[in-house]
Write a protein that binds this ligand. Structure first.
Ligand code: PFF
Length: 457
């Protein structure tokens, strides 16, 4: 597509909120707590913070550079900036990663709709922790309901995608993100004041480094990429809609801070609550869906109307946070098909939605009736999660940093970071240093350490 008929985000705040809308989602509120829980708590969180700061933010700037400079979808971007080379495969693999993530992410996003229904019909009242566990397992293990919700969620995403970038993506993010943040803050305060919450706080703040292994590093790095929407060209696609005066480094910093803030808040909601009702922190992917209904009951049970309103509001906002992320995943795939294969935007979106529905249904079934079918010991749902978050995204991040750090012309990189020399960006040199050396080498080491070729942990 040429420069002139490509849409832009309307305002600076819109740029930050739409990018943060992509970053903030189930990754922060559902995936972060259970990965932290499975990997020992505070030590994992520290390594995670290191990954966000040292690898995540500079690579995000890298993606922004590729996107804004090329003003194309992620595969087209490499073709424009590195014509005739194989770099386009980094973009194509990114699109594939987006497609796979969208398929299984929609399943969990669908669960949030079921919980909106449960909260709205007052079904949490009078239930114990065991009841919540049983109901959740029965729901996710059944065939039809989760499938129905996943399909509905994809259809809602499809509807917004076909409405276009500015109207659909930007407007919805502007209202919902701040509302979600405020509600999370209220819930965190309630959760830390539950009886027995102290142990949960200790779990979050007292690192036990004896539990740190190679896979804790890989999990923390994978979580950082997943949560920041990094390594698959998602933020690169969004940056292709940025304006010339968008401050790339500041935007990356803001998105990183917002995303990390939400994840930490989620931790302060989930763990104190989990310890308070005696649920193990390594309960896995069900953690949020079991502990939160409990928080509403225990903290506000005395004021039923408040418990009711807050629980409905929470699941609505969680669904919306998931929606701003599914939109961004969908946009990566739709922009690719639309621009590379010259399909209309509607037809491209329909192909993506249809494909994800098929894979999403299979992922959903793999948690219930299809549990017996595994590959490398993982269900399809877990396999998609593992392959994308722990291999494809960090791998993509490694190639992005090599591309920007080594392949692209230094002047082009400087021109993008400083907006043609109009900005003084003091962290320009550290960003380039990370992209050239720290990120490629760091990610490579974490990979080979996990495979066991190198044993450091
Ligand atoms: N960052 C999103 C979340 O934390 O929920 C998930 C995600 C969106 C991952 C977009 C990757 C992506 F490209």
């Amino acid at each position: 597509m040429n420069k002139d008929n490509r849409v832009n985000f309307g305002s600076k705040l819109g740029v930050i909120l739409a990018s943060a809308g992509s970053a903030v989602g189930l990754g922060n509120i559902w995936r972060f707590p259970y990965e932290a829980g499975n990997n020992g708590g505070a030590a994992f969180i520290l390594i995670y913070l290191g990954c966000v700061l040292i690898l995540g933010m500079p690579i995000m700037v890298g993606e922004f550079i590729i996107g804004r400079r090329s003003r194309a979808n992620t595969a087209g971007a490499y073709q424009k900036l590195a014509p005739g080379t194989q770099w386009k495969w980094v973009g194509r693999l990114g699109v594939l990663a987006g497609f796979l993530i969208l398929s299984y992410y929609s399943v969990v996003a669908g669960w949030t709709l079921e919980f909106v229904g449960e909260a709205a019909t007052n079904s949490f009242v009078g239930k114990t922790a065991t009841d919540f566990i049983d109901t959740f397992n029965a729901f996710t293990g059944s065939a039809w309901r989760p499938m129905f919700w996943a399909i509905l969620f994809l259809l809602i995403t499809h509807f917004i995608i076909t409405k276009g970038v500015e109207k659909g993506i930007e407007r919805s993010s502007k209202i919902m993100m701040p509302a979600l943040f405020v509600l999370l803050l209220v819930l965190a305060v309630c959760s830390v004041s539950l009886p027995g919450a102290g142990e949960g706080i200790r779990f979050l703040l007292k690192p036990d480094f004896s539990k740190v292994t190679a896979s804790v590093f890989l999990s923390a790095m994978g979580q950082a990429f997943f949560s920041l929407s990094l390594g698959m060209g998602c933020l690169c696609t969004y940056a292709s809609y940025f304006k010339k005066d968008t401050h790339l480094a500041k935007t990356a910093f803001s998105v990183g801070i917002i995303d990390t803030g939400v994840a930490i808040l989620a931790g302060f909601i989930i763990f104190p609550a989990a310890f308070s009702v005696g649920i193990q922190p390594d309960a896995g992917s069900s953690l949020v869906f079991i502990t939160l209904p409990n928080v509403f009951q225990q903290a506000f049970g005395g004021v039923p109307l408040l418990a009711y309103l807050l629980s409905v509001l929470f699941y609505v906002l969680l669904a919306i946070a998931a929606l701003t992320s599914t939109i961004s995943l969908h946009e990566v795939c739709t922009a690719y098909l639309h621009e590379e294969f010259k399909l209309t935007r509607n037809r491209a979106a329909t192909l993506v939605t249809g494909g994800c529905m098929v894979l999403g249904v299979l992922c959903s079934l793999s948690l219930g009736v299809g549990k017996g079918y595994t590959l490398f010991g993982l269900t399809l749902f877990d396999l998609f999660d593992y392959v994308t978050a722990k291999i494809m995204l960090p791998g993509g991040g490694m190639f992005i940093s090599i591309f920007v750090g080594w392949y692209l012309d230094k002047r082009l990189v400087k021109d993008e970071i400083t907006n043609g020399g109009t900005l003084r960006v003091r962290i320009y040199k550290p960003i380039v240093f990370v992209l050239k050396y720290v990120a490629p080498i760091g990610i490579f080491f974490i990979f080979i350490n996990e495979i066991g070729l190198l044993k450091m942990f």
